[in-house]
Design a binder for this molecule. Structure first.
Ligand code: SAM
Length: 242
């Protein structure tokens, strides 16, 4: 099966290798680039996701593809001493940046290098699972969603925050931004234009809102719904495990 990667067609094994390359390259500049690329909007998108998660004291929360730990940080304040938040990612460099950032803020959470497609957690363990700007990098998204379902408790909730399909009248403008401004910023700030070309391309081939909702239902989630944020530049999908 072939999949797009940075204007080329590559196979699945190559895709995971290239995703690892991208995040090894960008890890040190990741937070700064997020602010520059989104004009700070990523903070609002993440805050909205946190508000929809409904995390309470004592909850067990899993942050998948958690990278530099923004969501883990927010949830760590909500779960209190009796809860747990796990910061996980397939990329050790990203995870180290996240763990260091949290430690600098005085927060110690369990961190684990793991692939979302093979989660090393027991069935029915977490109250909430969240993946923010991570799903589109996964090679077998159905497998990852099914793993997220497995580790959630019955009654638990999955939240998927991800780039999505922008409102049609804005598409041309958005394409110019994605394929010109992003690589330019990538080249001058993160010293890696290719990594940010990958970002634009990975967004272009990611399932649209309705398709992802259907994928979540197929993975066993009920009450699957989505919220468009900033004209569909980003969407928050949510679903419950029965
Ligand atoms: N969640 C963070 C945020 O919202 O800022 C980081 C998102 S970053 C754009 C995407 C992350 O997905 C990277 O840290 C990457 O290593 C991770 N990732 C990619 N494929 C993965 C997989 N199969 N399993 C777990 N993490 C993965």
């Amino acid at each position: 099966k072939l999949t797009h990667f940075g204007y080329q067609k590559v196979n699945e094994e190559e895709k995971s290798g290239k995703v690892a390359d991208v995040f090894n390259h960008v890890a040190q500049h990741y937070d700064l680039m997020n602010d520059l690329m989104s004009g700070g909007m990523h903070r609002l998108w993440k805050a909205f996701a946190v508000s929809q998660a409904g995390v309470k004291e004592g909850f067990r929360v899993l942050d998948i593809a958690g990278g530099t730990g923004d969501l883990t940080w927010s949830f760590s304040k909500q779960v209190g001493d009796t809860g747990e938040v796990w910061l996980t990612d397939i990329n050790e460099t990203m995870l180290q940046c996240g763990r260091d950032k949290l430690l600098n803020r005085g927060v110690l959470v369990p961190t684990l290098v793991c692939d979302a497609e093979k989660l090393p957690f027991p069935d029915n363990y977490f109250d909430r699972v969240i993946v923010s700007f991570g799903l589109r990098n996964m090679t077998h998204k159905e497998q990852a969603l099914s793993e997220m379902n497995r580790v959630l408790k019955p009654g638990g909730k999955l939240l998927v925050l991800e780039f999505s399909k922008v409102w049609k009248p804005l598409q041309n403008l958005y394409d110019i931004y994605s394929f010109s401004v992003l690589p330019w910023l990538g080249k001058h700030v993160a010293k890696s234009a290719d990594s940010y070309r990958y970002l634009a391309e990975s967004i272009r081939v990611h399932p649209d809102q309705a398709t992802l909702q259907k994928m979540m239902e197929d993975a066993g989630f009920v009450c699957a719904r989505f919220f468009n944020l900033t004209a569909g530049v980003v969407a928050l999908h949510t679903g419950m495990k029965l």
